[in-house]
Design a protein around this ligand. Structure first.
Ligand code: ADP
Length: 154
């Protein structure tokens, strides 16, 4: 018997959860994608954040629901506004790596006050920026929380 309290064991369990094991599939668009098409993609894919990529899946930005709402105000032609002018752009994007803990990703979601983080992998020989390989959202973290709470064995 280890003599550890339930809380210590739960903490150890939580710190073992990794981004790699929990990430979901990234939903992406291009800078040239219209605001109109980005909104359609959000509905079709049932996500609140799109990652904006160029060739090779290289991360260039992030576009959120509110970015698209903002650009939709004022009756502009949404088909003619590219996502590139309303998105948040690299290098100001908060990302995480597959080997990070889910706890550290959750901590970034809170401290940066955003809903989603792209999971990225540095590309070999490329000083072009990292490649998007997944997505961590507040839902990812909530799911893990529910599983921990429901699981009898912690
Ligand atoms: P919403 O805007 O729908 O409330 P967020 O809170 O995630 O969604 O986004 C708030 C702002 O932060 C938006 O302008 C968005 O472009 C930006 N943003 C979202 N995710 C990130 C991220 N991972 N890194 C940097 N900026 C982000």
């Amino acid at each position: 018997y280890s003599g550890k309290t339930g809380n210590q064991l739960l903490g150890e369990h939580i710190r073992k959860l990794t981004v790699k094991d929990r990430k979901s599939v990234p939903v992406v668009c291009q800078e040239e994608t219209s605001v109109y098409d980005a909104i359609c993609t959000m509905f079709l894919e049932d996500v609140g954040t799109l990652f904006v990529v160029k060739e090779g899946g290289v991360l260039v930005g992030v576009v959120s629901r509110k970015d698209l709402l903002k650009s939709s105000m004022g009756n502009q032609d949404l088909q003619s506004i590219p996502v590139g002018i309303v998105m948040s752009r690299m290098p100001n994007i908060i990302t995480c790596s597959p080997d990070d803990t889910l706890l550290s990703a959750a901590s970034k979601l809170i401290s940066s006050q955003v809903d989603a983080l792209p999971v990225v992998k540095e590309r070999e020989g490329g000083d072009d920026g990292p490649e998007v390989i997944g997505r961590i959202t507040k839902t990812t973290v909530t799911k893990a929380f529910v599983e921990l709470g429901e699981g009898a064995t912690v």
